[in-house]
Each structure stands twice: as structure tokens, then as C-alpha cells.
Ligand binder design. Structure first.
Ligand SMILES: NC(=O)c1ccc[n+]([C@@H]2O[C@H](COP(=O)([O-])OP(=O)(O)OC[C@H]3O[C@@H](n4cnc5c(N)ncnc54)[C@H](O)[C@@H]3O)[C@@H](O)[C@H]2O)c1
Length: 209
């Protein structure tokens, strides 16, 4: 698989509309990328929901978790589609029906699973934080150097969304004029609780999300 087509498709995890426009414009249909998900906790399942919404680009073919109930929950997301479930991520790496691996295990396991993914010749979507420490990050960079055809993408929530690129462009183009003050917050939980209306809160009531 060409780097370019994978990047387009990987970007589609959050930027579907924009990139599919580009693809139809070019008259090019990228092959469906077969995804294995290692770590089916909150983030892994969240990613699976997004991937499921992009069926013309991605297909989840394998899942892996050490916990049975996580496997059961993940299976409910893929529903009708046949997926192979593994408890040992090394086994998933041997699965020829997986092109790219989404790694959403706890941080201490990021490096070993990422290393195994690259050594198996698969593309890698690795959740943030990339690695537990800097030596591991440097080892990952070394590993990637010999694998120019394999894509490594680090997951940062919303980092790849066209919305944020648009906002960046608006600011860069001077639409806002001279910015004197920035007030930045994320009211995700309140929005969900209150339907579409933001709920005002005093600063000491705000929590980390
Ligand atoms: N991109 C983002 O903005 C973002 C947001 C939230 C979480 N994350 C990252 O995603 C990762 C997972 O977070 P989470 O909240 O889903 O955690 P979680 O604890 O809900 O899920 C982790 C899952 O990995 C499984 N697991 C542990 N060891 C394993 C192994 N050896 N093989 C297979 N499965 C294994 C666990 O059983 C669990 O189901 C973390 O590194 C976190 O930092 C990223």
C-alpha cells in the first residue's frame, strides 16, 4: 500500500468529508484498509465506532484484548462483520487479514505493541502518549527508518479534524484581526448533559476532561 493512500485514509478517521471529496475529485478509490484493534477499552471502542462509520475506507477484521468482557463489548460494535478475536497481541500480528493496527492499550504497553506491529510489516496508528519514555520514542523512530512504506500515525484527539485546520486558516488569514485575549475551554460533558446548550460554570467548578 502506498504511503499517500494510507495517509489519506488514516486522516479520514476524523476528516472523512474533506478527504472523500478529494478522492472522488481525483476519481481514485483507495482500497479498503483492514484494521486490527489492540486494546478495546474506552479509546479503542471509541475508535472502532469512528472506523465503523467509514466502511468504504476501513474494515475492522481483528480485535485484541486481555479481558473477555472487552472482547464482548468490541464484538457488539462490529456486529454483523466477522472479526477474529485475540487475547495475545502477538497472534494478531500474524494475521494476514490485518493491514494496519490501532494501538489503544495502556501507556506502559504502547512501545511493545507498536514494535510488534512494525516488525509484522503493518501500518501503525498509535494512541497518544506515543511512548512511556524518551528512549522508547527514539527506538520507535529508529524502527521506522528502515520501513519507509509503513505508516506511523500518533493519535491525538481532534488533531486531524478539518474543523481545526479551518479555524487555524481563519486565524492565519487575519479574519479575527489582532487577537488580544484567548479564553479557551472544553465543555464537552456539560454539553452532553444539557443537550445542545452550554452550561455556564464558575472557574472553580470546572474539571479536567
Ligand atoms: N487520542 C486521545 O486523545 C486519547 C484519548 C483517550 C485515551 N487515549 C489513550 O488511549 C490509550 C487507552 O486508553 P483507554 O482510556 O482506552 O484505557 P482503557 O483502560 O479503557 O483501555 C485499555 C484496554 O487495553 C487492554 N489491554 C491492556 N493490556 C493489553 C495487552 N497486553 N493486550 C491487549 N489489550 C490490553 C485493557 O484490558 C483495556 O481494555 C491510553 O494510552 C490513552 O492515553 C488517547
Amino acid at each position: 500500500m502506498e504511503r499517500r493512500s494510507f495517509i489519506k485514509s488514516a486522516g479520514l478517521l476524523t476528516g472523512g468529508a474533506l478527504l472523500s471529496d478529494i478522492q472522488s475529485f481525483a476519481g481514485y478509490q483507495a482500497p479498503v484498509i483492514k484494521i486490527g484493534v489492540v486494546g478495546c477499552g474506552d479509546r479503542g471502542k471509541g475508535m472502532m465506532h469512528v472506523i465503523q462509520g467509514l466502511k468504504d475506507k476501513f474494515r475492522i477484521t481483528a480485535i485484541c484484548d486481555v479481558l473477555d468482557f472487552r472482547i464482548d463489548e468490541a464484538r457488539k460494535i462490529t456486529k454483523e462483520a466477522p472479526v477474529t478475536a485475540y487475547k495475545d497481541y502477538h497472534k494478531l500480528m500474524e494475521d494476514g487479514n490485518v493491514d494496519a493496527v490501532v494501538v489503544a492499550v495502556p501507556l506502559n504497553m504502547h512501545y511493545p505493541v507498536a514494535e510488534a506491529t512494525l516488525q509484522a510489516g503493518k501500518h501503525l496508528y498509535l494512541e497518544k502518549t506515543m511512548t512511556f519514555d524518551i528512549p522508547q520514542a527514539l527506538k520507535l523512530v529508529e524502527l521506522s527508518k528502515n520501513r519507509p512504506k509503513q505508516i506511523i500515525q500518533i493519535g491525538h484527539q481532534y488533531r486531524y479534524s478539518p474543523l481545526y485546520y479551518k479555524v487555524k486558516d481563519i486565524i492565519a488569514n487575519g479574519v479575527l484581526g489582532k487577537v488580544n485575549q484567548i479564553d479557551c475551554r472544553w465543555e464537552k460533558r456539560n454539553l452532553a448533559e444539557a443537550g445542545t446548550k452550554p452550561v455556564a460554570r464558575a472557574p472553580d467548578q470546572l474539571e479536567d476532561v
